[in-house]
Design a protein around this ligand. Structure first.
Ligand code: UD1
Ligand code: CA
Length: 449
């Protein structure tokens, strides 16, 4: 296979998002648009990936550097068009002699399957391959002017197009593949004498044709190349992502009575035989095994749920939550960085943060792991077969032994040995007839007034 590299364009202003967050750092499926573009390039086997970022958005450059390394980012300043942007990547790809894939960082639904046909076209002998689509509303897209068969003669930007050209529905996605040497040679010939006064990447097509090179257009579904320019398009991309994910989960054997109300992340892992009730949100990093039930209105992030466990309704699993086999996590229970072994029950109104609970232990309503002193976090560990009374406050660091019990309302500040009962609460006092006397006094008082 010819070696592959990718140039990902992310230097545009993105002003139509009207957001202080740069456009490509917005997310679809819990993953930034930029990372999704990089994921696609990696899935296609691109050994080298260069991100072209703008000087106006240093966080885009730092985000890309954090993932790909210092040399993987070039700054295009000022941005003078898509062709100018790809040229900015040339020094970073010095010595690279394989194929270059050019893609935009703002097309979050473009996956490896959608791009692969470009490389197939290259394998069939095309010198340059361009990814096109048939637009429902061609609007401002560049138009693909086709010759015989899959031959592409040129791309005309909407602002430069004639009425006849504007009537063409075949549009440019912006994604193309070409050998590095040829691409940069053609780009050096691109001029900016056009309606926008920019260096258009799209001009390489006409330049290649004037050299009698073979240029192919291959087509994908419009939804794959949906570009994000404004918040409405970001929401539309999210909707398309979710629709695809739901269909995949159902086909995989996940039971969902109301799939349209369930939100997935790019990396959600659900085994066949998982049930997901309505209105559940999977943020990134969740794995759920067969037979587990995620009940309505639960929010999960960075959590592992083992087989047969029940989570929710109204549960919140935060990063590092591990719910063991057959364990139950009920309503208004929050779990963070904590492991529940098999069969544990935490059914109502609890916070379990930083620690562990041994197998089969029952945690009563309102139990709290007091894990934070305002400066540091501390651990709470409870052994197997223990019983934590309702409204117990466990002040970390603290351990409760296997088989131990704590009395309701206790504040547990010292370790509890195995099989002991720990009580840490005020002692109850009864005053016989006190309430009746109190009421009588009050009534007399009212009469006297
Ligand atoms: C571009 C294409 C058009 C295609 C459309 C698909 C050109 C000349 N036109 O138009 O044929 O139908 O995309 O969406 O290529 N960028 C830079 N530096 C620049 C300019 C742009 O990095 O100087 C990046 C942007 O961040 C964006 C991408 O390139 O990711 C596309 O730029 P944009 O200005 O949106 O191009 P369009 O005018 O939409
Ligand atoms: Ca655009």
């Amino acid at each position: 296979m010819i070696e592959r590299a990718a140039v990902i364009l992310a230097a545009g202003q993105g002003t139509r998002m009207r957001s202080p967050t740069p456009k490509v750092l917005h997310k679809v499926g819990g993953r930034t648009l930029l990372d999704r573009a990089i994921d696609t390039a990696e899935a296609l086997g691109c050994a080298r990936i260069v991100v072209v970022a703008g000087a106006h958005a240093p966080t885009v450059a730092s985000h890309a550097r954090a993932r790909l390394g210092e040399d993987a980012v070039v700054i295009q300043d000022p941005p003078l068009g898509t062709g100018h942007a790809v040229r900015a990547a040339e020094p970073a790809l010095a010595g690279f002699a394989g194929d270059i894939l050019v893609a935009y960082a703002d097309t979050p639904l473009l996956d490896a399957d959608a791009v692969a046909p470009l490389f197939d076209a290259r394998a069939r002998g095309a010198d340059l391959a361009v990814l096109g689509f048939h637009a429902g509303d061609p609007g401002a897209y560049g138009r693909l002017i086709l010759g015989d068969g899959e031959t592409l003669d040129k791309i005309v930007e909407a602002k430069d197009a004639s009425a006849a050209e504007l009537a063409v529905a075949a549009c440019n996605s912006g994604v193309l593949a070409a050998p590095a040497g040829l691409l940069f040679e053609l780009l050096s010939e691109v001029r900016n004498d056009n309606a926008k006064g920019e260096y258009y990447l799209t001009d390489v097509v006409g330049l290649a044709r004037s050299r009698d090179l073979r240029v192919s257009a291959v087509f994908v579904d419009e939804v794959r190349v949906l570009g994000v320019n404004a918040q409405g398009e970001l929401a539309a991309a999210e909707a398309a992502f979710q629709a695809a994910w739901r269909a995949r989960a159902l086909a995989h054997g996940v039971t969902m009575a109301a799939p349209d109300t369930v939100m997935f992340a790019f990396d959600t892992q659900l085994e066949p035989g998982v049930t997901v009730e309505p209105y559940v949100v999977f943020a990134p990093g969740v794995k759920v095994r067969a037979g587990a039930v995620i009940r309505a209105f639960s929010h999960l992030e960075g959590a592992d749920v083992e087989a047969g466990a029940i989570v929710g309704p109204y549960a919140r699993l935060r990063p590092g939550a591990k719910v063991g086999q057959g364990a139950h996590v009920g309503n208004f229970v929050e779990i963070k960085q904590a492991t529940l072994e098999a069969g544990v029950k935490v059914n109502h109104l609890s916070y379990i943060g930083d620690g562990s609970i041994g197998a089969r232990t029952n945690v009563g309503a309102g139990a709290i792991f007091c894990n934070y002193d305002g400066f540091d976090k501390f651990q709470t560990h409870i052994g197997a077969d223990a019983f934590i009374g309702s409204n117990t406050a466990l002040v970390a660091p603290v351990r409760v032994g296997a088989g131990a019990m704590t009395g309701s309302g206790s504040v547990i500040t010292r370790d509890v040995p195995d099989d002991a009962l720990a009580l840490g609460r005020g002692v109850q006092v009864e005053k016989p007839n006190w309430a009746a006397r109190f009421r009588a006094r009050k009534r007399e008082g009212r009469v006297l007034k």
